[in-house]
Design a protein around this ligand. Structure first.
Ligand code: VGL
Ligand code: ZN
Length: 264
């Protein structure tokens, strides 16, 4: 039972100074580097577009960045031209500790469709190879850091849950675009609803160092600062409602009840 750290699109074009700069995007690099020692393997995705990619504003002269177009039947946000395959903008950020990366997945290579998720294109038609790689390596749980919270991180997280992985979002290891105010919060809520655990890097490191037989990075019944209770049987996190008790389709209800009372 292995845990993979997935570095999502930590590329020059997504940090300040880049073509599609995510505010404070470079802050994710230190968090990514410090978590590498606490997982079994490290995988990275790279947004890797041809120069005529259908998401680029240069391909839609009548549109501006942030507009939505129909790209072969799929709604597509129009972006500044970014991450052209092989360009400096597409390269990993210099400070990222790339020697620990065991495998790189490139995505968005087809001009006719975008690929926010590290697993599938936006039409969910073709796989990138990430699922196969993780399964071949015995990975059951993934920990996500990178850019951007409300696009590539979110869709990678949702696909990972749908594919059956346990998913942890590192809240201080991601940054978002917030094209509309509230987009980042909504993305995090959508991920939580899908059973994604939201935790800070420090919490993950502490629980990993404490050591346990069940999970590489999170202790069973961990109560996160984020107000969620993590339970490893269900591989998901639940909102804590102090003093109350709900059935959660898990084996050890008494343990859950005890924690809820303790938190009250
Ligand atoms: C991304 C917009 C366009 C991302 C990639 O990495 O989140 N966002 N391409
Ligand atoms: Zn892109």
């Amino acid at each position: 039972m292995k845990t993979a750290l997935i570095l999502i699109d930590i590329q020059n074009d997504f940090v300040p100074g880049g073509a599609l700069a995510v505010p404070d995007g470079n802050a994710v690099v230190a968090v990514a580097n410090e978590l590498m020692d606490h997982v079994d393997l490290v995988v990275a995705t790279q947004d890797w577009h041809p120069a005529n990619h259908g998401s680029f504003v240069s391909m839609h002269p009548e549109k501006v960045v942030g507009d939505v177009v129909d790209l072969n039947g799929v709604d597509q946000v129009v972006w500044p031209d970014h991450c052209v395959a092989g360009s400096t903008g597409a390269a990993f950020v210099d400070e990222l500790d790339v020697h620990r990366i065991g495998h790189v997945i490139t995505k968005g290579t087809d001009p006719a469709i975008d690929s926010y998720s590290g697993f599938f294109d936006n039409g969910h038609k073709k796989e990138t190879g990430l699922q196969v790689y993780l399964k071949q390596h015995g990975v059951k749980d993934v920990v996500l850091v990178g850019l951007a919270t409300d696009y590539c991180v979110k869709f990678t997280a949702l696909d990972a849950r749908q594919l059956g992985f346990g998913v942890t979002l590192v809240s201080d290891g991601v940054r978002g675009v917030n094209l509309q105010p509230g987009d980042i919060e909504k993305a995090i809520a959508d991920m939580r609803d899908a059973g994604v655990v939201v935790a800070k890097a420090g919490e993950l490191k502490k629980s990993h160092m404490a050591g346990n037989g069940h999970f590489q990075h999170i202790k069973p019944q961990t109560i996160f600062e984020t107000g969620l209770l993590y339970h490893h049987y269900a591989n998901t996190a639940y909102p804590l409602t102090p003093g109350s008790f709900r059935e959660y389709r898990i084996n050890d209800a008494t343990l859950i009840r005890k924690f809820l009372l303790a938190a009250a």
